[in-house]
Design a protein around this ligand. Structure first.
Ligand SMILES: [Zn+2]
Length: 264
């Protein structure tokens, strides 16, 4: 995605002359808009339009209540996959989002207003959810006994027809934040050093949006979903199957169209 952005960025030669500074005591919604305007000064590509989101971190000083915001653009949201024992216990994609965006406690925070040192909590969320959201499941973890990077094979499940991101999106954004899945990249193999990748894609021509294809090199197979659940649970991975969903592609849900209507 980075390469596609660089190649299609109409503002690739523009270097911002200043960095973004958060305004003390500002209204979050206005800060997000200000950051997005700053980002657009040097970014205007197909990735910017559809895939770029913004992560927000908010820190409030325990002493003087001074709040600062930090924003970071992303075109892939890297999420943590919790380690669990065996395949019988899985986690949901929402669990991974929570694990990634949960509040953090900082022990060595120095407030830039009152200069006091101490603890503070960091609140994390998605400040700008993109139209198309790519979630990358971080399946790499260091084993501190062997000091080697190992693959985390945890089963990760979700509803293909509806993922509600409302709990992970800034409270200042109006409207529902419902997405549906339209593609998945799967890794086969027990280690991060080797393996094979293949893709599942939703049939764009199926009016009921139930049919999916598995694209594995030259082999293409079909499967159905019922109420957002795939007929083959192998898609959700696990040690038993040796497969793991690795990249999950979501698109914002839009109201179903009536005959003769079309989206903008
Ligand atoms: Zn302070």
């Amino acid at each position: 995605m980075t390469n596609l952005h660089d190649e299609t960025n109409l503002k690739r030669n523009i270097v911002p002359t200043r960095s973004f500074e958060s305004t003390a005591g500002a209204v979050p919604r206005m800060e997000i808009n200000r950051y997005w305007a700053y980002h657009l000064e040097a970014n205007d590509s197909i990735i910017t339009k559809y895939w770029t989101g913004i992560r927000q971190s908010q820190r409030t000083c325990k002493n003087c209540k001074h709040t600062t915001f930090t924003f970071e653009p992303f075109d892939q949201l890297l999420v943590t996959v919790p380690k669990v024992r065996g395949d019988s216990v899985g986690v949901t994609l929402e669990d991974c989002l929570y694990e990634t965006l949960k509040p953090e406690l900082l022990g060595d925070y120095t407030c830039d207003k009152c200069n006091q040192k101490g603890y503070t909590s960091t609140l994390n969320c998605i400040a700008r959810p993109p139209e198309l959201l790519c979630i990358a499941l971080n399946r790499f973890a260091t084993n501190y006994q062997t000091m080697k990077t190992e693959k985390v094979s945890t089963v990760v499940e979700w509803d293909f027809n509806n993922i509600d991101l409302d709990a992970y999106v800034t409270r200042n954004l109006p409207g529902p934040q419902n997405y549906e899945c339209f593609a998945i990249v799967t890794h086969v193999g027990s280690s991060i050093d080797q393996g094979h990748y293949y893709t599942y894609v939703r049939d764009p021509h199926d009016p009921f949006s139930q049919t999916w294809y598995c694209m594995n090199d030259s082999k293409v197979s079909v499967f159905e979903t019922i109420k957002g659940k795939p007929s083959d649970r192998k898609i959700f991975g696990g040690k038993k199957h040796g497969t793991s969903p690795y990249m999950v592609y979501l698109r914002r849900k839009r109201p179903r169209l009536m005959a003769g209507e079309q989206h903008d």
